[in-house]
Design a protein around this ligand. Structure first.
Ligand code: 5AD
Ligand code: SF4
Length: 459
């Protein structure tokens, strides 16, 4: 059962007082936030930016000029950590030239056991270190750093808590993320998330609906509901009930991520009848082999997963399915990997995020002696990507000739005079049109396909 531990009003007031002290005592400063990792992190950075602007900080026009550089870290795979360590250690020189530059590092890697120490061994000059459980305390921590005290806040209640009413500086005026729950209780054996994001806890329906309404009032057209496992939402209602409460607040609602073990008939039913919820489902499978799934602690079988996919497609025939897949989990044999390839082939996903297994400190799978050699992992990943490419191409091609409702997100980055937007099932469409259409939902006839996108004209 997800608990609801809201940070006390007193504590939030204290943060607002610290924010006021920063604003008055340290005016005219600029910031730059560098974000790694998932949509959760991207949204946390929007809250960090909101807090900084409340403290009078302005976004720096150029990273080189910022008075505060804040890195919001990820530790889901080794490469995210390596990039962070490389980028922060490269700042040693700049810090010597500009001693009043503040460097902060926060987020998942700083919450991870030993993560902050690995950073500080390499980069002792970092002024401000804090983990995910302390993000909302940025005003208090920044005030301390501005007064010249090094900040190292990597503890925090393992169960975590919910900060309500944080300021937010959104990066898009059209689409916005809304966190409905924090943390994860699943402990998949490869995954570090439960260790750095704490146990599941849900925001109340009232708080979620209030935030959605205020997003709608500011013109946002599409809301992405966020949680590590939205299907186990428990903020006084079930997830399908929450979707019902949000229906019609904005034209489009999406959500991620879902665990296949919790994909209920009630959710499928609600999606099929909702006006706002888009026909898109991100359903990470990770592996197509029962032994590997068991060893990953995924608690479903291949057959159960495929049955859920069938149920989804029966109720919502146009649903766009996407997934996450891991290649080269410890002990995975060639035959077991072949089961993953055949599942991906069978389901025919719109797209897939494919990963090489990366051992994470403190997780069960990392301690296994039967790690797969890197060369084998890479070769498996390549085969997986090729299978998925065929399925992406065929899913895109099936759209040609149809007319799709497209939410226009902005000018196309590739072609002058073209707009880019997404269909309900989440495919990107480029079509010629006027910038005045940005933020509107327009019907577009699909004429052709690119590698990962569709091409069309206004219908
Ligand atoms: N190695 C590789 N991929 C991982 N993921 C999570 N942990 C690991 C790991 N240790 C992938 C899973 C998850 C996605 C967000 O990241 O596929 O669904
Ligand atoms: Fe990680 Fe599994 Fe939780 Fe997803 S469900 S965040 S993969 S532990």
């Amino acid at each position: 059962m997800a608990q609801s531990l809201v940070v006390s009003q007193e504590e939030m007031d204290k943060q607002r007082q610290c924010a006021a002290r920063v604003r008055e005592g340290f005016p005219g400063r600029t910031y730059k936030i560098v974000t790694y990792g998932c949509q959760m992190n991207a949204h946390d950075s929007e809250n960090l930016a909101g807090m900084l602007e409340e403290m009078g900080f302005a976004p720096a026009a150029d990273e080189g000029e910022a008075d505060l550089l804040l890195f919001n870290t990820c530790c889901i795979r080794d490469n995210a950590e390596r990039r962070l360590l490389g980028n922060v250690s490269a700042l040693a020189q700049r810090k010597r030239e500009k001693p009043d530059l503040l460097v902060g590092v926060c987020g998942c890697m700083m919450q991870q056991e030993g993560g902050a120490q690995r950073l500080l061994d390499l980069c002792p000059f970092v002024d401000l270190v804090f983990g995910t459980h302390n993000l909302y305390r940025l005003p208090e921590l920044l005030l301390r750093a501005l007064r010249g005290q090094p900040v190292r806040e990597t503890d925090g209640d393992e169960r975590g808590c919910i900060p309500e009413g944080l300021p937010v500086r959104r990066t898009s005026a059209i689409q916005g993320a809304l966190t409905i729950m924090y943390g994860c209780n699943n402990f998949c054996t490869y995954c570090v998330v439960p260790y750095v994001r704490g146990r599941e806890r849900s925001r109340s329906v009232a708080d979620v609906v209030r935030e959605a309404e205020s997003m709608a009032a500011s013109g946002i057209q599409e809301i992405l509901l966020l949680g590590q496992n939205v299907n186990s939402y428990a903020g006084g209602a079930t997830f399908p009930e929450l979707l019902r409460a949000l229906d019609g607040v904005v034209p489009r609602i999406r959500f991620m991520t879902s665990h296949p073990k919790d994909l209920s008939d009630a959710l499928i039913e609600e999606m099929a009848h909702s006006r706002s919820v888009c026909p898109q489902f991100h359903l990470p499978v990770q592996s197509g082999n029962d032994k590997v799934l068991r060893e990953m602690n995924r608690v479903y079988t291949r057959a159960h997963y495929l049955e859920r996919v069938r149920a989804l497609r029966q109720a919502i025939p146009e649903v766009g399915l996407t997934t996450d897949v891991i290649a080269g989990f410890p002990g995975e044999t060639e035959a077991e990997f072949a089961d993953t390839l055949s599942l991906v082939e069978e389901v025919q996903y719109d797209s897939a995020f494919t990963f090489i297994y990366s051992p994470r400190r403190g997780t069960r799978a990392a301690a296994r002696p039967d790690q797969i050699p890197e060369a084998v992992q890479h070769e498996r990943l390549d085969r997986l990507i090729r299978v998925q490419e065929r399925s992406t191409a065929s899913r895109l091609a099936q759209q040609v000739g149809s007319v799709q409702e497209v939410l226009v997100e902005g000018a196309s980055r590739r072609r002058e005079g073209f707009l880019a937007g997404r269909t309900g099932r989440g495919m990107t469409v480029n079509f010629p049109g006027d910038a005045a259409l940005v933020g509107k939902i327009v019907p577009v006839r699909i004429l052709g396909t690119g590698a990962n996108t569709l091409r069309g004209e206004r219908a």
